[in-house]
Design a protein around this ligand. Structure first.
Ligand code: GRF
Length: 217
């Protein structure tokens, strides 16, 4: 089995990146992490990637200022030079232009800490708590030009508790992220995920049991 070459783009601590690297270490995993790129010098995830033996690059976005495309042309050049086939955004804090998104259409995925299409954007856990939703979660999706949109590959949900804070809720969602991101990449890299009328379908199963919150005791 030829493993698909994957680049992970980060800006921060890289816990999702680590989950992907760990999953990709398995012999039967259909992707290999060829490269980790950060747009922030010294991002915490860079040292973790290096420690795991993964090649890293820093392409700082700051010097490019408002010229987003110039930054992205450089990014694209590095991805192509490393024969990257799939891109995983993992806490990459940079809006991407339609030009870059088109270059990687159908080959770039992102993780968002909410059940899309609810709570696009920032501060998702705070907003979910303020609304009093009882179920919250995370989504892995293909990247399209519109932010936090695009065909949904996989979602994971958690029950919201009455005493949750953004941090406690965020921690449970993050644990879900670390499960669904590697599983999503497995589906995409192995070609088991297909698009039908803009909707993702796969041969992966789905559980019958409902997640109900709160549960009456
Ligand atoms: C995660 O919550 C992810 O969903 C969001 O940014 C955060 C990145 O965290 N896109 P980490 O760097 O993967 O730990």
């Amino acid at each position: 089995m030829a493993k698909r070459r994957v680049a992970i783009l980060i800006s921060g601590r890289g816990s999702n990146m680590t989950a992907l690297i760990e999953a990709a270490a398995a012999a039967d995993y259909p992707a290999q992490i060829a490269l980790v790129i950060s747009n922030i010098a010294g991002a915490g995830g860079l040292a973790k990637a290096s420690a795991a033996g993964i090649k890293t690059e820093t392409i700082e976005s700051k010097p490019f200022g408002k010229d987003r495309e110039a930054f992205e042309r450089k990014l694209h050049e590095v991805l192509v030079a490393h024969d990257v086939e799939l891109v995983c955004l993992a806490g990459f804090l940079r809006l991407l232009t339609p030009w870059f998104v088109r270059q990687w259409e159908g080959r770039m995925i992102n993780i968002h800490p909410a059940l899309l299409p609810s709570y696009k954007g920032l501060h998702t856990h705070e907003r979910a708590l303020a609304d009093g939703v009882k179920i919250h979660g995370a989504t892995v999706h293909f990247v399209v030009p519109e932010m936090d949109s695009g065909p949904i590959i996989m979602q994971g949900a958690v029950a919201v508790r009455d005493d949750d804070t953004p941090d406690s809720l965020g921690a449970r969602v993050l644990a879900v992220e670390h499960g669904i991101y590697p599983d999503s990449l497995r589906l995409v890299a192995s070609g088991r995920m297909r698009l039908e009328n803009g909707v993702c379908k796969s041969d992966a199963g789905s559980p019958d049991d409902a997640l109900i919150a709160p549960t009456i005791i």
